[in-house]
Design a protein around this ligand. Structure first.
Ligand SMILES: C[S@@+](CC[C@H](N)C(=O)[O-])C[C@H]1O[C@@H](n2cnc3c(N)ncnc32)[C@H](O)[C@@H]1O
Length: 281
């Protein structure tokens, strides 16, 4: 096994173990979040592929995005994820009874060439190792002109609860031995438009369109804690450490809570889209 393949394997082992305990964590954290236009980040992606009939969700988790996509009649849907536990939840959604839900790796897609008109991915592409292989696989299973549309996590906006939480998390994690920290996940190039352009351009996509959108996760402190504590970094922490982090977070939130009980919390995402060039086949 090469060094890259072995670090991808340890990242995927971490993701599998994490989602065994929290199979719907992202949908729980972000399903209720809203962009300034009132849409959730899942609805934004759904709208990006409104005209596409055959759609693959890469890293589909518990199937929330696929369920939204299934509201359009006549769609052929497929989802792929590493986690059998998340897929089990997706399979329980009645709207997905006709979808092909596959356990597997985005680096080796179990689908024929040209099977899809669009591929969506919500908060998953930036976690994937060997991203050039993933991109080549997405290009292979899309038909010419097919679209890739993804939501990539960016992080906190200044001065909100999310930023305070990250500050507390950093100091907590800084005290821990390396063995209790999350392995570095994914490929840093996916965090910037130029990086994603480089990855996708190499396998035949047009230039990436990139938009940054604030997602409002504000709510009562308990609700905000439920969202922020879904981060992977909490996975290796023991219960006592999580409790200390929680207590420190609630102490900071007291001064940030508005008279109506709301704690301001905003997370920034990037919405990235690109089309597979038609002149390649
Ligand atoms: C942050 S969760 C997002 C889940 C879902 N898309 C959502 O937003 O609700 C990331 C998902 O990507 C999956 N994933 C990460 N790397 C993967 C890979 N290489 N192949 C397939 N799935 C992967 C994880 O198992 C996890 O379910």
């Amino acid at each position: 096994m090469t060094a890259t393949a072995s670090s991808t394997a340890s990242q995927e082992a971490f993701l599998l173990a994490f989602h065994a305990g929290r199979p719907a964590v992202t949908a729980e954290a972000f399903g209720g979040g809203r962009a300034p236009d009132g849409r959730s980040s899942y609805e934004i992606l759904c709208d990006q592929v409104a005209g596409s009939r055959r759609v693959l969700d890469l890293g589909c988790g518990d199937g929330l995005l696929l369920e939204l996509l299934a509201r359009t009649d006549g769609r052929e849907l497929a989802g792929l994820d590493l986690s059998p536990d998340s897929l089990a939840l997706a399979r329980r959604r009645p709207a997905l009874s006709g979808a092909r839900l596959a356990e597997g790796r985005a680096q080796e897609l179990p689908f024929a060439d040209g099977s899809f008109d669009a591929c969506v991915s919500h908060m998953a592409l930036m976690l994937m190792g060997e991203i050039d292989r993933v991109a080549a696989e997405v290009a292979r299973v899309l038909s010419p002109g097919g679209m890739l549309a993804c939501v990539l996590g960016h992080g906190a906006l200044g001065g909100e609860a999310y930023e305070r939480f990250i500050g507390l998390l950093r100091s907590t994690i800084g005290e821990l031995p390396a063995s209790r920290r999350v392995p570095s996940l994914g490929d840093r190039r996916t965090r910037r438009r130029e990086g994603l352009d480089e990855i996708l351009g190499a396998v035949g996509f047009t230039a990436v369109e990139w938009e940054s959108v604030p997602i409002d996760l504000s709510g009562p402190a308990e609700q905000v804690w439920a969202s922020v504590s879904g981060l992977y970094d909490l996975g290796p922490l023991d219960q006592d450490t999580v409790e200390r982090l929680r207590a420190a977070f609630f102490a900071e939130m007291r001064e940030m809570t508005a008279p109506d009980g709301q704690v301001p919390c905003v997370f920034r995402i990037h919405v990235a889209t690109a089309r597979l060039r038609e002149d390649l086949s």
